[in-house]
Unconditional design. Structure first.
Length: 458
């Protein structure tokens, strides 16, 4: 033990051989926690570890990234506000007062405008994102909820009116009001932009709006109480989640009269649905089954993946390799590897996590390569959760930290200043004893590795 202890007193630093750049792209997942006060949890998509949290307004429900990924917006329903955050540093930049019970948001793809629906007011607030001020309030139908942007227009589903309001984004005025079914909920735009699909919860139908004519092209009957819809990348299939029926309906949109061609049993109380980028699978959050059901598109077979308690939301990451699943009742977010269809990581917030958004962020790093000066504690034991303090220089605000050998070790969260990092890691009973190395890698690719960083003694 004397020789081992002496060896541990010296850290050998191995610098990654990557040329420094002014900025780099990293991917982050952002969790909206429906709590009071609301909280946004930041997750490193590469490692599935929590990076930190930022308090927003009361009851945070939905998140939107600006087109340049430099701002993250959260709708805070009870406080009637929108929070503006820096997705790289997690800083709260501004709080904007809108109407009563804001929830859904859509950012104009080329203009500095954010549209926010106010459910209890029957209005949509238009925010100038350069000044963070509301420039206009647009009256729509009763209880506006889901919104999408397509072809210069914002389509707003009015749940209590059974209509969709069409806002001309060039004038921010309502151009048209389209009657759909009863209690419209989720709205999705087809990948080619030609159709807007509306799940009519009250009438158990799906309406297809032609974006060229802005008229209902067809309506198809589906299962009882559809809440969400998803569209395959080839525009061929629309798949619903029928919350009361416990089924998903598959509509063939290429038929002369589009109608349901498959009804798939998924389990009690399905909510959100998403489709893989290659169109091979659909993923459905099934609340009362505590699982995600995978639908194999074309074969129309299913398989179930256990998650946490009461899953509600599903969100694929940028390349479709991971699926984020919120489990509000369990206070967790499950991260599923879509290749193996297994849960590979769990983020615990205990704050009623509601939705997840994943996307790119630009991280500036001009300070140079990181260095590690010290790591403490040096001696730890298995079957514990340990917080390590790492000191050094040039740490970014959101680095990736890895420990090797990694067997039985999970890095749970990382929080850094430029000179210090707090690294929380679970050391399970399967972790091996002996010396471990730790690597801190900035988003620009530059890294520092401390060999013999710490030792698991037993």
């Amino acid at each position: 033990m004397k020789n081992l202890s002496a060896g541990l007193l010296c850290l050998a630093l191995v610098m990654g051989g990557v040329t420094a750049v002014d900025a780099a792209t990293a991917y982050r997942a952002f969790i909206a926690n429906q709590w009071n006060p609301g909280v946004v949890t930041f997750v490193d998509d590469a490692t599935g570890t929590e990076l930190g949290r930022t308090t927003t307004g009361s009851v945070t429900l939905r998140l939107v990234l600006s087109p340049d990924s430099k701002k993250l917006y959260s709708s805070n329903q009870t406080s009637g506000t929108v929070s503006v955050l820096d997705p790289s540093t997690r800083a709260l930049l501004a709080t904007i007062t809108v109407g009563n019970k804001p929830e859904f948001m859509v950012h104009h793809p080329t203009s500095n405008k954010l549209y926010v629906d106010n459910k209890d007011d029957g209005t949509v607030s238009v925010i100038d994102t350069t000044t963070n001020t509301v420039t206009k309030t647009v009256a729509v139908g009763a209880a506006p909820r889901f919104m999408v942007y397509a072809g210069g227009f914002v389509y707003v589903g009015n749940t209590a009116a059974g209509t969709v309001s069409v806002i001309d984004a060039s004038t921010d005025t309502v151009k048209k009001t389209i009657t759909v079914g009863s209690a419209p909920r989720n709205i999705q735009v087809s990948p080619d932009g030609s159709k807007i699909y509306v799940a009519n919860y009250g009438s158990s139908t799906v309406s297809a709006i032609d974006t060229a004519t802005q008229k209902v092209a067809w309506t198809a009957a589906v299962g009882t109480n559809p809440s969400y819809v998803a569209v395959t990348p080839d525009n061929k299939y629309v798949i619903t989640t029928n919350t009361t029926a416990g089924t998903s309906s598959v509509i063939d949109t290429t038929a002369s009269t589009p109608a349901v061609i498959q009804t798939i049993s998924v389990g009690s109380t399905p909510w959100a649905i998403t489709v893989s980028p290659d169109g091979a699978r659909a993923y459905v959050a099934v609340a009362n089954a505590n699982s995600v059901v995978v639908i194999n598109i074309g074969a129309w077979t299913t398989q179930s993946i256990p998650t946490g308690t009461g899953p509600y939301w599903v969100q694929l990451n940028h390349d479709g390799s991971k699926l984020y699943v919120t489990n509000p009742l369990g206070g967790t977010v499950s991260i599923i590897d879509t290749a193996s269809l297994t849960v590979v990581s769990t983020i615990t917030t205990n704050l009623n996590p509601w939705t997840v958004l994943e996307g790119p962020i630009t991280v500036a790093d001009t300070a140079g390569a990181p260095t590690i000066a010290s790591i403490s504690p040096r001696f730890v034991i298995k079957n514990t959760t340990q917080t390590f303090t790492v000191t050094g220089t040039n740490f970014s605000s959101a680095p990736t930290v890895t420990i090797s050998p990694a067997t039985g070790i999970t890095v749970q969260s990382v929080s850094c200043t430029s000179t210090s990092c707090s690294v929380k890691a679970n050391l399970s009973s399967s972790a091996s004893t002996g010396s471990k190395s730790m690597t801190v890698k900035n988003p620009d690719g530059q890294s520092a590795t401390a060999t013999n960083a710490f030792m698991i003694v037993r």
